[in-house]
Design a protein around this ligand. Sequence first.
Ligand code: SF4
Length: 290
Amino acid sequence: MIIQATSGCTYNKCKFCSLYQGECFHMTPLAVFEEDLAEIKSVQPHARRVFLTGANPFAMSYENLKLYALTVRDYLIKCQIIAMFASIRDIKNKSVEQLRKLRAMGVGGLSIGMESGDDETLAFVNKGCTAADIVEQLAKLDEAGIEYYLVYMTGLAGRGNGVRNAVRTADMLNQISPYFVENPFFLSIDSLTLFPDTELYEMRRGEFIPAGEKERLQELIILLQNLRLRTRIQADTVSNFRPITGAFPKDKEKMIAELRHIIDTVSEEEMAAYRGSLKSLGIDKIETAL
Ligand code: SF4
């Protein structure tokens, strides 16, 4: 069941993102949250999984998260997991002890928009954290037993920088999960879509030259070749030209072969046309890499 816990993003400064422009962050008033829970309870009293929406509900303080998590449990007694979006910055102000307590209240399944593990790329797109921050904060989640999923975005480093981004991100990812082998539960792969109302779009003819489609697939191959995690790879969002998924490292060679096959058999123009047709992302024409 999906329920709105917050609105807007506490950060709103990533150069590639316009999702919450002009929207101030605020928490859903508890009374409204309870009304929604009562409605959910009336149709699905045995809901086991709840997803809190908003760009980053995990930005709430420990005390507020505790209040909202316990309120979920007041209404949905079978609920096992209260999942939500989170950023690396949102973990910083919570101790491992607090994270453990949140886990005991059912908080888990954090979906984290990491985007990159390369300091140059993170700084360039103003992500607000470094690779060292990512390693440090994810280790806290591991220690607390909180499951999480990570997002990596191909093309984010711009033309000619994908190999560097992939190698450094793999190096960073290889340092995580010393305690909790299930993490990251999966690594989701998106391919950068350049939205017209973003800072990155404005930079597209100067400081930021978008990477080509084949270059992005090559970047993903490099990431897979350098990765030493046990996880799932989910390159299956609409921003990927063709869905590629698999258990890693079991399906590593198969996935790399599929990516090579696309590079060898599909033209750059066809892939760029696909990206230009992504109306489901809410835009009519997207600036492609050609
Ligand atoms: S990418 Fe996430 S953290 Fe960055 S501005 Fe957008 S919603 Fe906020």
